[in-house]
Write a protein that binds this ligand. Sequence first.
Ligand SMILES: *[C@@H]1O[C@H](CO)[C@@H](O)[C@H](O)[C@H]1NC(C)=O
Ligand SMILES: *[C@@H]1O[C@H](CO)[C@@H](O)[C@H](O)[C@H]1NC(C)=O
Ligand SMILES: *[C@@H]1O[C@H](CO)[C@@H](O)[C@H](O)[C@H]1NC(C)=O
Ligand SMILES: *[C@@H]1O[C@H](CO)[C@@H](O)[C@H](O)[C@H]1NC(C)=O
Ligand SMILES: *[C@@H]1O[C@H](CO)[C@@H](O)[C@H](O)[C@H]1NC(C)=O
Length: 369
Amino acid sequence: MHVSGTRVLCWLSIWGLAFGLVIYNLLSNQRDVIKESLTEGYAQNTTRTNIPTHKRVDQQERTKQSFVLKQVMEKVHKQQEKDSLELQHMDKVHRERLSMLERVCRHPALQNLTHIPVGSFTLSRIFVCKRRRVLFCQTPKVGNTQWKKVLLVANGVYNNTANIPEEIVHQHEKNGLPRLSNFSAGEISHMLASYFKFFIVRDPFDRIISAFKDKFVENPRHEVWYQQRIAPVIIQKFRRGKSLLGPLRFEEFVRYLGSEKRSVLDSMLGEHIIHWESYLNLCAPCSIHYDLIGHHETLRDDAPYILHMAGLSGVVSYPDIPQGITEYNRSKIAHYYASVNKKHILKLYQKYWADFALFGYKRPEFLLR
Ligand SMILES: *[C@@H]1O[C@H](CO)[C@@H](O)[C@H](O)[C@H]1NC(C)=O
Ligand SMILES: *[C@@H]1O[C@H](CO)[C@@H](O)[C@H](O)[C@H]1NC(C)=O
Ligand SMILES: *[C@@H]1O[C@H](CO)[C@@H](O)[C@H](O)[C@H]1NC(C)=O
Ligand SMILES: *[C@@H]1O[C@H](CO)[C@@H](O)[C@H](O)[C@H]1NC(C)=O
Ligand SMILES: *[C@@H]1O[C@H](CO)[C@@H](O)[C@H](O)[C@H]1NC(C)=O
């Protein structure tokens, strides 16, 4: 009896100790959870409730979840608010651009200069994304290859802009991005009236530097005719020195572009002139009512906005824009035009004044004074 009594006591104390440990653990666990809740700022009131422990943990889980959910929703709402503010800002910027364009187009004294007939030249500059009902007027030196890739993806031919081979982009007979000039008169007027229409511009003098570098200096696509056929024609007419050897100089290029004899030369040069032809002649922006005109200088904002307005956000995104390639760099412009006589810069400006005025680019006084 005595022995068994001691044994029972012993068992009881062991069980008691174990039970106590379990309770202690549970409580300290609880404390940790509550401490955590307090520091994280949720479930502040659960300490005062009388709910059994396991249910309390449950409720805390739920409170925690709903708190996290609330935070996520707040973030989403803030982003939506920000997006809609940005969208409002972009709407305003683009409305102003279009109204500026319209004002210049409507100006009675300028009508004869700005209203370019929509002929086969312009129609062949406009590319058709039929599936998404988008028309894109190509204006070289503003990331056109990238836009064509975007439209090829939008057309459903490719699944990603990164997967499109470079040579396919410019093969319009095969790549499913035909020119507007390939359609019948009826289809053309239907598309012009109902499709989303856009193009991109950049500062006209900056663009001329870019065309010169791309075609006559760097020529990354190895288009030999620029250096071998076009450059000699310009040099022949505009070089002052005796030697006709050596590469085309920027000053000679500018004199050709501003010259009265230019149209004769241009008719000999064919489609290659698109690289320096004015936006006015390329896209006829006073005759065709474009929905949107992007600026190369603000492409980072404009590209997603254009996709949004064209109903393409979620379908395709514009490829990454490398740092520093779109910004206007006044010292670079000044450096290039320093080699050109003011008189010839002024003649160049007079040739391109519509591109400055229509798209809101300031007359570059720092080059003309
Ligand atoms: C906590 O309790 C106070 C007072 O009972 C109450 O006003 C408050 O809304 C409660 N907070 C939460 C997060 O439930
Ligand atoms: C525009 O052209 C028309 C027809 O060629 C001519 O009658 C008119 O005087 C011109 N307007 C201006 C402002 O030059
Ligand atoms: C996208 O196209 C490439 C090649 O055309 C193919 O290998 C890839 O599986 C496609 N991806 C998707 C998600 O369809
Ligand atoms: C578009 O027209 C050109 C010339 O008129 C022709 O060579 C080409 O095959 C046509 N392309 C398509 C896709 O119809
Ligand atoms: C602007 O152009 C100048 C001269 O070409 C160059 O040295 C400078 O780094 C450029 N600035 C920027 C911000 O790209």
